[in-house]
Design a protein around this ligand. Structure first.
Ligand code: FPP
Length: 233
């Protein structure tokens, strides 16, 4: 077993409850969540983690109030404005999972700037899942496979798990070794369903804005105690 998980995926949950607990507005909770995310990216990069995937906005999150939704995207633009230089200096590669092109125009522009600026870096792969849902991702991949078969670029016999994985938003990346969910909820909520088939899960009661780099290291320690057999003996 490797010492460090190669790919860590996190459901950043509990911003709203953190805000409520501190008598603040929900958007202040997301603001605190963004600050926590910044620190987790830095620590992951410093530790030498290969891939970090965070669930920032799900396809279901559109059901929230318009103010909250637009506030989250404003935060995203601010995050890119404030952090892109440092991410790039630290050799981080930014990647987006999900249909980000249907987000507000300024968010799309900020994301494309982040993608273009960091594309040639070779350090931590930082995947931000935005307007992401695992089932829509799998459906889209099936559609692409169907088109490839129809066009004669792929035969049905050639469709293996490995080939199919390449059609997902995470194509070419290793599956997450460790999936963390904060705030005491014990669900996957349509996050990396295919990719987490053999992941270890760590659930913590800590609300996302309180999730510190030390807490990340504690989760990694818990991962290290697990005995991963991948279905074998
Ligand atoms: C879950 O908490 C969090 C979200 C839906 C948004 C996550 C956003 C950030 C961490 C900051 C923004 C960063 C980017 C890159 C967009 P919740 O609101 O579901 O909390 P609750 O369950 O306590 O209400």
């Amino acid at each position: 077993m490797s010492i460090l998980p190669r790919h860590i995926a996190i459901v950043m949950d509990g911003n709203g409850r953190w805000a409520e607990k501190h008598g603040k507005r929900r958007l202040q909770g997301h603001d605190a969540g963004m600050k926590a995310m910044k620190e987790i990216v830095k620590r992951s990069s410093a530790l030498g983690v290969g891939y970090l995937t965070v669930y920032a906005f799900s396809t279901e999150n559109w059901k929230r109030s318009a103010i909250e939704v637009s506030g989250i995207f404003k935060l995203l633009v601010r995050y890119v404005d404030q952090e892109l230089q440092e991410l790039n200096d630290n050799n981080v590669v930014v990647n987006i999972l999900g249909s980000y092109r249907s987000l507000p125009a300024d968010a799309v522009a900020a994301l494309e700037r982040a993608l273009a600026t960091t594309a040639r870096n070779t350090g931590l792969h930082f995947n931000i899942a935005l307007n992401y849902g695992s089932r829509p991702e799998i459906c889209e991949a099936v559609r692409s496979v169907a088109v490839a078969v129809k066009d004669g670029r792929l035969s049905p016999e050639e469709i293996t798990e490995e080939i199919f994985s390449g059609f997902l938003d995470t194509g070419g990346m290793p599956d997450p070794d460790l999936v963390i969910r904060t705030s005491g909820e014990k669900r996957l909520s349509n996050f990396l369903l295919w990719q987490s088939a053999y992941s270890e899960f760590v659930f913590t009661d800590v609300l996302w804005p309180d999730f510190s780099p030390e807490e990340l290291e504690r989760c990694i320690e818990e991962f290290r105690q697990r005995n991963r057999r991948f279905g074998g003996r």
